[in-house]
Design a protein around this ligand. Structure first.
Ligand code: HEC
Length: 99
């Protein structure tokens, strides 16, 4: 009987975790669409066609660019894009625009 309860608890935990992971992926995409896609549609760059988001593998580089801006890109401070969102955003860009 006890085993069943433990098993049920594990099942609930696992399904909650995957729901959270799913939501996190969506959040990165939502932030990208709201704040970045206007200049970087499909990971490109309408202002500087060579400075695309394609093939970037370093999330720190993305976060730094988001915070500092420059070269025509506005800076986004922690009020515009929170640290947590910046991380999700970077993960989204890395996994979405590989090439
Ligand atoms: C108003 C237009 C604009 C918006 C909005 C914008 N960017 Fe940019 N982005 C640029 C421009 C222009 C550059 C090129 C900067 C340079 O060459 O110095 C750039 C460069 C970058 C780079 C570096 C690319 C490279 O290969 O050097 C990254 C990463 C980046 N942007 C991410 C983002 C993210 C993430 C967002 C949303 C939070 C965003 N950008 C929003 C215009 C924009």
């Amino acid at each position: 009987m006890k085993k069943r309860i433990v098993l049920a608890a594990v099942v609930v935990c696992v399904s909650m975790m995957s729901a959270a992971a799913f939501a996190a992926g969506d959040a990165g995409e939502a932030v990208f669409k709201a704040k970045c896609a206007s200049c970087h549609p499909d990971g490109g760059n309408i202002m500087k066609p060579k400075a695309t988001l394609k093939g970037i593998k370093d999330s720190k580089k993305i976060i730094k660019q988001v915070r500092k801006g420059g070269g025509g890109m506005p800076a986004f401070d922690a009020k515009a894009v929170s640290d947590a969102d910046a991380k999700l955003l970077a993960d989204y860009i890395i996994k979405t625009f590989k090439k």
